[in-house]
Design a protein around this ligand. Structure first.
Ligand code: TRP
Length: 463
C-alpha cells in the first residue's frame, strides 16, 4: 500500500517519473521495455552464430523458462514486498540479514560493466542511422568495411558512445523517462512489424532455408560447457536479471499486477522478438554466403544486406536503426536507474548529480571497451579477453548468474513461504487463488538454484 511507504521512499518515488506503473498494463510495458534491447537484435543472433546454432538456441530457451522466469518472479516479488531500491530491498527483506544487500552492490557493478560495452554498441546503432541516411543520398552501400572502420576506429565510436551516454543520463537526470516510456510503447510494435517484414524478405531469399535449419536444428556436438554458461548468461542479460533492475521495477508495480502471469508474458514476448531477429538474420547469412560466426558485427553487416534486396530498402534501413536505437534507450535507462536510485535515496544526492556521476563511471570503463575494438587497446588482454569481451563476460557469465543464484536462495530459503504466496496471490479477487503457486515455488527454491549452480561450475570447467 502506498500509505505504508516511509518518507524516504516516497521522496525517491516523487523524484522519479518513470515509475508511473499506475496500471497492470503499464507495469507490463515497462518491464518489457527493459527486457527488449540489444540483447534481442544484436547479442542473441551473434552468440547463436558463434556457438553453433540450434543447440545453443535450445539451451537458451530452456534457461529462459526454467531459470530466468522463476528469478524474474522472485525479483518482482522482493521489489514489490519491500518497495525499495535494489540495494535496500535485498538488505532489508530478511530481518537482521543486511549482508544480502551485497546482491545489490554486485548489481551496481554489473550495471557499470554492462553499460561500458552496451553504450559502445548502442553508439554503433546511432551512427548507422546517419550512415544509412548518407548512403541513401549518395547511393552508397553499408558493408563490412563500414562496420569495421566504425567499430575499429578511435574518435568516431568514442564520440557516438559519449553522445549516447549524454542522452541517457540527461533523460534520467531530468526524470522525464515517462516520455521515453510512451515513445517506446508506440514504437516497439513498429519495430516488430519491421522485423517481420525482414523475416519475410530473408526467408524468401534463395538458399534461405539453411538458416532456418541452422537456427532450429540442434547439433549437440557443438555444445560446450562454456556455451551453456553463455546461454544462461544471455537469458539473464535478456530478461534484465540478477542485478536489481527487475527488483526496482517490482517496487513500482501496483498490487493489481499478477506477478507470475506478467513475468510469463514478458519472457514470452521477449523471446519472440529474439527469434524474429534470428529468423531475419540467419536465413540471410546463408543466402548471401556469409559466416554465421561473424561476431559482434553480424547485425550491422547483415541487416543492410537484407534491406538492399527490398524496394525502398534504404528507407527501411534508416527506420530499422532508428527503432533499434530507441529500443536500446529503454534498456539503458533501466540500467542507469539502478545505481542512480540508490545514490538519490541513500546518498541524498540530487538526481542530476547522481545521473552524471553514474554516466561518468560508465564512460570511464566504456572508453576501455570501445578502444579495445581497435588498434589502440586491441592487444591488451586480461584473462585472454579484450576489455569489451571482459566486461561482457564478467557481467553476463559471472555477476548476473551469481546474482540470480543468490536471489533464488534468498527467496526460496530465507523468506517465509506464506509471504511469497501472499505476494503472488495479489491481483486476484478474493477467493480466487491461482493454482500455479506451488509449482513456481518449487522452481524458485529447488530447480533454478541447482541448475544455475551446476551450469556455473560446468562453465568454469569445475565439474
Ligand atoms: N535486457 C536488455 C537487453 O536485452 C539489457 C538490460 C537492461 C539488462 N537492463 C538490464 C541486462 C539489467 C542485464 C541487467 O538488451
Amino acid at each position: 500500500m502506498r500509505t505504508e511507504h516511509t518518507q524516504q521512499t516516497r521522496g525517491v518515488e516523487q523524484a522519479r517519473t518513470r515509475d508511473g506503473f499506475a496500471s497492470a498494463i503499464g507495469a507490463f510495458a515497462a518491464t518489457l521495455g527493459s527486457a527488449v534491447g540489444l540483447g534481442n537484435i544484436w547479442k542473441f543472433p551473434y552468440l547463436t552464430g558463434s556457438n553453433g546454432g540450434g543447440a545453443f538456441v535450445l539451451v537458451y530457451l530452456g534457461s529462459v523458462f526454467v531459470v530466468g522466469l522463476p528469478i524474474l518472479v522472485a525479483e518482482h516479488l522482493i521489489g514489490r514486498k519491500t518497495r525499495l531500491n535494489a540495494i535496500h530491498a535485498y538488505g532489508s527483506i530478511v530481518p537482521k540479514a543486511k549482508y544480502w544487500s551485497l546482491i545489490g552492490w554486485a548489481g551496481f557493478l554489473s550495471a557499470i560493466f554492462i553499460m561500458a560495452f552496451y553504450t559502445d554498441v548502442s553508439g554503433w546503432v546511432f551512427a548507422y542511422i546517419f550512415k544509412a541516411i548518407a548512403a541513401a543520398f549518395t547511393g552508397g552501400v553499408l558493408n563490412a568495411g563500414t562496420f569495421g572502420s566504425l567499430a575499429g576506429g578511435t574518435w568516431e565510436p568514442l564520440l557516438w558512445q559519449f553522445l549516447v551516454l549524454c542522452l541517457t543520463t540527461s533523460i534520467i537526470a531530468s526524470g522525464v523517462s515517462r516520455g521515453i516510456e510512451r515513445v517506446t510503447k508506440t514504437l516497439m510494435p513498429i519495430l516488430l512489424v519491421l522485423l517481420i517484414l525482414c523475416d519475410i524478405r530473408a526467408l524468401t531469399l534463395p538458399g534461405a532455408f539453411a538458416g532456418v535449419t541452422y537456427l532450429f536444428r540442434p547439433d549437440f556436438s557443438k555444445l560446450t560447457g562454456s556455451a551453456i554458461l553463455t546461454a544462461l548468461g544471455l537469458s539473464f542479460f535478456k530478461l534484465s536479471l540478477g542485478m536489481g533492475t527487475m527488483t526496482t521495477y517490482g517496487s513500482y508495480m501496483p498490487d493489481s499486477t499478477r506477478i507470475v502471469p506478467n513475468a510469463t508474458r514478458v519472457a514470452l514476448a521477449d523471446t519472440v522478438v529474439s527469434l524474429l531477429a534470428g529468423l531475419a538474420i540467419f536465413p540471410a547469412v546463408f543466402a548471401f554466403g556469409e559466416s554465421p560466426a561473424g561476431g559482434p558485427g553480424l547485425l550491422f553487416n547483415i541487416m543492410p544486406l537484407i534491406f538492399s534486396k527490398m524496394p525502398f530498402g534504404s528507407v527501411f534501413t534508416i527506420i530499422f536503426f532508428i527503432l533499434s536505437a530507441i529500443a536500446t534507450m529503454g534498456a539503458m535507462l533501466s540500467l542507469v536507474e539502478v545505481p542512480v536510485s540508490w545514490m538519490v535515496e541513500k546518498g541524498k544526492m540530487k538526481r542530476p548529480t547522481a545521473a552524471y556521476l553514474t554516466g561518468a563511471m560508465m564512460f570511464a570503463l566504456g572508453i576501455l571497451a570501445t578502444l579495445s575494438q581497435g588498434p589502440t587497446l586491441g592487444n591488451v588482454k586480461i584473462l585472454g579477453k579484450n576489455f569489451f569481451d571482459l566486461f561482457d563476460f564478467l557481467s553476463s557469465n559471472v555477476l548476473l548468474p551469481i546474482g540470480g543464484l543468490a536471489i533464488a536462495i534468498l527467496t526460496g530459503w530465507l523468506l517465509k513461504k506464506q509471504d511469497i504466496v501472499r505476494e503472488l496471490e495479489k491481483g486476484y479477487g478474493e477467493g480466487k487463488k491461482p493454482g500455479y503457486i506451488q509449482l513456481v515455488y518449487v522452481f524458485i527454491k529447488y530447480i533454478s538454484p541447482v541448475v544455475i549452480f551446476v551450469i556455473i561450475l560446468n562453465g568454469f570447467g569445475i565439474v
